[in-house]
Design a protein around this ligand. Structure first.
Ligand SMILES: NC(=O)c1ccc[n+]([C@@H]2O[C@H](COP(=O)([O-])OP(=O)(O)OC[C@H]3O[C@@H](n4cnc5c(N)ncnc54)[C@H](OP(=O)(O)O)[C@@H]3O)[C@@H](O)[C@H]2O)c1
Length: 428
């Protein structure tokens, strides 16, 4: 199969590529890449991705030999692709996987729209040309696979429905949700009006691998766990709220199964834990227990977190922000500015953690049973049996082990934590 793939320098797509290398007997790839912000070229960026993959040396070699890099610039016509290569893509591509997006929650609408909406329009334009070319030449139909997000539904006070072919999003939580919703409306219209072969995937929150605990991106719940470990989150809220987290290896397994098996060609597949999703309280309890039992810094005390009502939590956050803003104005000290930026980043995460977000997934589970070998997401949390005993059922310990082994991917420096512990001791 010949694939055109976007987003290979991200978190999720490389894992899908690993799986396609295992599942497709004869894969060939075109990868759409841009230079990075430091000017590192596409060849070097791709080589770093290949080196990081969980594949043996022979498979990495095979992948490099079967890959052609396509430099893109989303803001230019036809993605800025060299016309000869564009024509080659139209002639050769059988399947497109559009996994690229700007996943930040704090970007201005006009900027994030380019990566999340305009990019999708231009990918569809390419798909449309491929589709017509293949029809005219009596070749097998092309398929477009697009990674959307469950959070495109925005604010919902009830369970978020599986409403394909409809889509009625609520008010967006942020510009990411807003632009992903706009892209979904655009793509759904192509299915509904033109009967195009397009599959949309709707993962919820993608977390570390259930197999290894590893992740490339330590955001959202990882940040909250980190602040808890560092004692910078004395209060939290919404202990009963579900946080629908699915592991990256399961998401990749499903998407690569759908692509490689080549039997499901139209519709929406929500990739969610649904009723099996852990609560904020589950994640907190497991984190507190694991971090206190396995803390790499001797003598470091992890304070307990108090769960408070939402209004009080938001009030405290506002007090923090206002205080630090005022202190920055008065003193000009950078540490206050840093605190304000940190609080703003957290505020971007809150809707995903503290707001009611429950995802229906029964229709998708049935489809996954039929079309993949991996219908249900592995469970994150451990559960209580009927006698109240904790049964080790989830993979959360692997996730927590990874945070301590890597220092949240290098964000936490344990020698600094140890120095802080020593300084506190000597000042007592
Ligand atoms: N992570 C989650 O929890 C989650 C949950 C649900 C759905 N999703 C969806 O899953 C997909 C993959 O997410 P991810 O977590 O892997 O994201 P990620 O780690 O942030 O990677 C994003 C990828 O998109 C590329 N990209 C973004 N804007 C681009 C542009 N203007 N031009 C060219 N490339 C661009 C990035 O390239 P550069 O390296 O050049 O920036 C990178 O390869 C996205 O569609 C996202 O909406 C993610």
């Amino acid at each position: 199969m010949i694939y055109f793939i976007t987003g290979v320098t991200g978190t999720v797509v490389p894992v899908i590529v690993e799986d396609l290398m295992r599942k497709d007997a004869d894969p060939h790839f075109y990868f759409a890449i841009r230079k990075d912000t430091r000017g590192i070229g596409i060849k070097s960026r791709f080589e770093s991705v290949v080196t990081s993959l969980d594949l043996d040396q022979a498979s990495k070699q095979k992948l490099s030999e079967r890959s052609k890099l396509v430099e893109i610039d989303v803001e230019k016509e036809k993605l800025g692709i060299d016309p000869e290569i564009y024509a080659e893509l139209v002639s050769n591509t059988e399947k497109i996987l559009h996994g690229a997006a700007d996943v930040r929650f704090d970007q201005p609408y006009d900027e994030i729209k380019i990566s999340n909406v305009i990019f999708s329009h231009k990918i569809y334009e390419l798909f449309d040309k491929i589709k017509n070319h293949r029809k005219e030449n009596s070749q097998t139909d092309a398929t477009l696979y697009y990674i959307s997000t469950g959070y495109a539904y925005g604010i919902y006070n009830k369970a978020i429905p599986e409403d394909f072919p409809d889509f009625k999003p609520g008010k967006p939580d942020n510009t990411y949700a807003q632009t992903k919703a706009e892209a979904k409306i655009f793509i759904l219209d192509k299915i509904n009006r033109l009967n195009d072969r397009i599959v949309l995937f709707e993962p919820t929150i993608i977390g570390g691998s259930a197999r290894t605990g590893r992740t490339k991106t330590y955001n959202l719940h990882y940040v909250v766990l980190m602040l808890g470990y560092l004692g910078k989150m004395p209060f939290f809220t919404a202990a009963d709220n579900q946080q629908d987290i699915v592991p990256v290896d399961w998401v990749a397994d499903v998407i690569s199964d759908i692509m490689a098996k080549d039997e499901f060609h139209q519709g929406v597949l929500r990739l969610a834990s649904g009723p099996d999703a852990p609560t904020v309280g589950d994640v907190h309890d497991a984190g507190y227990e694991y971090f206190t039992a396995n803390d790499p810094v001797p003598g470091h005390l992890i304070p307990e977190i108090s769960f408070v009502p939402r209004w009080f939590f938001y009030f405290m956050i506002n007090v923090q922000k206002t205080f630090n803003q005022a202190m920055y104005k008065i003193t000009g000290k950078k540490k206050y500015r840093k605190m304000v930026v940190g609080v703003r980043l957290l505020e971007g995460y809150f809707p995903y953690i503290t707001r009611y977000k429950v995802f229906e997934n029964s229709k998708s589970t049935q489809l996954l049973e039929k079309y993949t070998d991996c219908p249900k997401a592995p469970i994150l949390q451990n559960i209580k049996d009927k006698n109240g005993n904790l049964v080790k059922k989830g993979y959360i310990d692997k996730i927590l082990a990874d945070t301590l082994e890597t220092g949240w991917g290098g964000i936490v420096d344990f020698t600094r934590v140890a120095a802080q512990v020593a300084a506190n001791k000597s000042s007592r």
